[in-house]
Design a protein around this ligand. Structure first.
Ligand code: ASP
Ligand code: MG
Length: 425
């Protein structure tokens, strides 16, 4: 099938009835000429709300009130959009009704408890995208598609690793026939195992879903519709004077995403680069504006990019009895980090200690400590920020480090990074 376009709409672009009407306008205006796959995230902050619900259920606390709140929120938006739950809506989509979805969600919450924490998390937190797509598909008259039987992952809960050959086979078999009938609307962030259990692809993973569909369909392009004007050199909420990159290479963007630029999920770029599929980042508030085009290109030196990752933790491992940190020690440390699913964002070693900066998760850090306590003395420090300046110069370093006490710093030819206590830049 030729000329397929994939649009991805994040949480902010479906946060309420007005936002969904705006989405409908964009699809009608720009997406109606070609076959279109629309990937939608959970509405607003729903994923966070579901995480909290799950936490409550898992720790045996009452969750009825926040569940009712979540239900009312979705039902109100559906009502405002004039969606009638008894009918199939404006199009004959097979989307389940909100009532069915909430029955399913409460049944599942009731069974949360003992058992694999991360597996249960996926079965609950995935409801954000299911609910959002049921509403949006009906509101705009698109065909609702459950992506879970198509996007095949392994059993790595919360970070499903893709079985690409099966996924490609599934998507290329199922989609063309549907696309010939009109836009197909599906969930971001979700996948499924061979046994039919739901997996998720990592927080903010809906961008990745758009790339998966694009890759499998050899799409002509992907557009991520956001509440910012394109790919910027810094988060406008933190820096008042950002600049937009009109055009940027896959490689530069992959690096920025890796360092934590929140604009695109890091796994998104590789499948697109592999098949030379251009990615546009555009504002759903100003759909006419140019945005950013990410593709294979040469460009002159870029303005320094400022990237910060919050909620970091600095772990340091000291060998006992002043023994040097050796390759054998490092092998043990890396093995334990992998086992605890703690990702290294930065690392440094000295004679008798080794430090890593990771995203903080109390559960995972404790798991790590349990494994390593025997061999190392472990210290950790939380509430930290990891800053990265890509394509730095002296002025950008001075600007960002001013008045901060750096706990760790590192520089390469293009990149300057440091860890410090959390405070506004
Ligand atoms: N709803 C999921 C999250 O908030 C996935 C996404 O937004 O991309 O992490
Ligand atoms: Mg989101």
């Amino acid at each position: 099938m030729e000329n397929v376009q994939v649009y991805k709409f994040g949480g902010a672009s479906v946060r309420d009835a007005n936002a969904i009407r705006n989405l409908e306008g964009i699809v009608r205006r720009y997406g109606n000429q070609q076959p279109l796959v629309i990937v939608v995230s959970a509405m607003g902050k729903t994923t966070n709300a579901l995480e909290q619900l799950f936490q409550l259920a898992h720790s045996g606390q009452r969750y009825e009130a926040p569940l009712a709140e979540l239900r009312a929120f979705h039902e109100n938006v559906a009502t405002e959009l004039g969606i009638n739950n008894d009918s199939a809506g404006r199009a004959s989509t097979p989307a389940p009704t909100l009532a069915d979805m909430f029955t399913d969600l409460s049944d599942r919450l009731a069974t949360v408890g003992y058992g694999d924490y991360d597996r249960q998390y996926d079965q609950i937190v995935s409801f954000g995208e299911l609910l959002a797509t049921c509403i949006v598909a009906r509101a705009i008259g698109a065909q609702w598609l459950d992506c879970r039987p198509l996007i095949r992952t392994d059993h790595t809960w919360r970070e499903g690793s893709l079985d690409w050959p099966t996924t490609e086979l599934n998507i290329s078999a199922a989609l063309p026939e549907l696309l010939a009938q009109g836009p197909v609307l599906t969930q971001g962030f979700l996948g499924g195992t061979a046994g039919g259990a739901t997996t998720t692809l990592g927080r903010e993973g809906s961008d990745y879903t758009a790339a998966i569909f694009a890759y499998c369909l050899r799409a002509a392009g992907v557009t991520i519709w956001k509440d910012v004007a394109g790919l910027l050199n810094a988060d406008p909420k933190l820096f008042p004077d950002t600049v937009r990159y009109p055009e940027i290479s896959y490689r530069e963007t992959i690096e920025m995403a890796y360092y934590g630029a929140s604009v695109i999920h890091p796994k998104t770029l590789k499948p697109l680069a592999d098949r030379g599929i251009p990615l546009r980042v555009k504002s759903f508030l100003e759909p006419e504006a140019e945005g950013t085009l990410i593709h294979e290109c040469q460009h002159p030196a870029l303005a320094p990019a400022f990237i910060c990752k919050a909620d970091q933790c600095l772990l340091s491992f000291e060998s006992k009895n002043f023994a040097f940190i050796s390759e054998e020690n490092l092998e043990v440390i890396f093995g334990a980090l992998a086992q605890a699913k703690l990702k290294i964002n930065l690392m440094q070693n000295s004679a008798i200690s080794f430090s890593v900066c990771t995203d903080f998760s109390e559960r995972r850090v404790h798991k790590l400590m349990d494994v390593l306590r025997e061999h190392f003395t472990l210290h950790y420090n939380t509430g930290l920020m990891l800053f990265t300046i890509k394509n730095y110069d002296a002025a950008s370093i001075a600007r960002l480090t001013e008045g901060k006490r750096l706990l760790l710093e590192q520089r390469t030819r293009n990149t300057f990074q440091f860890v410090c206590k959390t405070e506004a830049p």
